[in-house]
Design a protein around this ligand. Structure first.
Ligand code: PRP
Ligand code: URA
Length: 216
């Protein structure tokens, strides 16, 4: 599903049989930590394919073993990948397989279990964020509080082109991010029904960080 509008960022639910299959495996309660980690990486790789569809290219002349021909090279802005710690770390390798020369920033946030408000504990970004397309990584867009604070931080660091790559989103988080940062496009493998009273995505997949790092 692609919903382009002029007033908010785009919302793209990556629609592909492999994405649907892997997302289903990821949700299952019996999926263990090792499988969960591989699936998050694979899904991040597939989402990146969609999220980088509009990168600019330019023609270049190359020599094949047979003859000289014209090819295409990615041009325009370079990429910065910014995982939101902890769970965003699980997506990094899948994204970097597609854009290996990207620089990497980090933002450390956790959601206070009582208030659900994000608490920032770490920030480190490349110094040329203004000249990069930023791919912000977080598997879960729940209330949207964490991503909103992370977008504030990358904007303070100079970024003007920002896309969120997530695995699951709740309608509440999408609405919050579009309201607070209408310039940020969202690419997601699945959009779920709602949040429960603890702020968990329903049906969801549980706590992404705990399942990735085996800390339940
Ligand atoms: C999870 C998840 C997001 C956040 C989403 O992180 O990885 O960052 O919650 O919730 P929100 O949209 O309501 O802000 P968590 O706070 O559990 O930290 P962790 O990644 O260190 O486990
Ligand atoms: N964070 C998670 O890891 N899972 C949710 O369902 C909501 C927030």
């Amino acid at each position: 599903m692609t919903v382009p509008t002029t007033t908010t960022g785009r919302l793209v639910e990556v629609d592909h049989p492999l994405v649907r299959h892997k997302l289903t495996l990821l949700r299952k309660v019996e999926t263990d930590t090792a499988q969960f980690r591989s699936l998050v990486e694979e899904l991040a790789n597939l989402i990146t394919y969609e999220a980088t569809k509009d990168l600019e290219t330019e023609p270049i002349e190359i020599q094949t073993p047979v003859e000289t021909t014209m090819g295409q090279a990615v041009s325009g802005k370079k990429v910065a990948v910014v995982p939101i710690l902890r769970a965003g770390l699980g997506m990094v390798d899948g994204v970097l397989r597609m854009v290996p020369v990207a620089k990497i920033g980090h933002i450390g946030l956790y959601r206070d279990e009582e208030t659900l408000e994000p608490v920032t504990y770490y920030e480190k970004f490349p110094d040329d964020m203004a000249h990069r397309d930023v791919l912000l990584l977080d598997p879960m867009l729940a209330t949207g509080g964490s991503v909103t604070v992370a977008v504030d931080a990358v904007k303070r660091a100079g970024a003007t082109s920002i896309r969120l790559l997530a695995i699951l989103a709740a309608p509440e988080g999408i609405a919050r991010l579009h309201a607070d940062h209408p310039d940020v496009d969202i690419y997601v493998a699945g959009i779920d029904e709602k949040l429960n009273e603890k702020g968990y995505i329903v049906p969801g997949l549980g706590d992404a960080g705990d399942r990735l790092f085996g800390t339940q």
